[in-house]
Design a protein around this ligand. Sequence first.
Ligand SMILES: [Ca+2]
Length: 180
Amino acid sequence: WSRCILISILFQTRPYPLVLILETEKKYRNNIEEYFRCTEKCGRCGEGWRPFGVKCYFFSTDFLNWTNSRDRCVEKGGHLAIITSQAEQTFVTMHLRGPHWFGLNDLETEGKWMWVNNQPLTDTGVTFWNKGKDGASQPNNRKDEDPSGENCASLGNENGDFTKWFDGSCSKTRQYLCEM
Ligand SMILES: [Ca+2]
């Protein structure tokens, strides 16, 4: 009660200017709106993950080789991204600023591309390999940098075009794309 009385006295003796009250209210309302925006947009996926459809995507800022990228995604509760539609490809490439590893490799059998969930690429069917001139068409398993060839897939490469898939040496360190 004494606190109530003290507050009412304070308000009576030093009334807040109306403009200050309105500004405070506006700031409060903005915070609430921001909170709900975040709950809708980013809350479902957790901090650092972006939602798309029913899945959530993590675009790394750090660089790892393909195997370590695969393991890091699993540590984070997901896996390297498995891309199965044009819509998904468009969404992920919209957010890329550099080449990213994703969940496709032909480590076990040359030319037989497998997703990290052990599903063959031929099963999901949709591919976005870069189509270049002559030998530049992907995947080309080049061996000039790494004698074991190019057995891991990346969105874009150091020369750009992040909207296409490139095979690369798995030991290269790149950013990586996880999903869950
Ligand atoms: Ca290969």
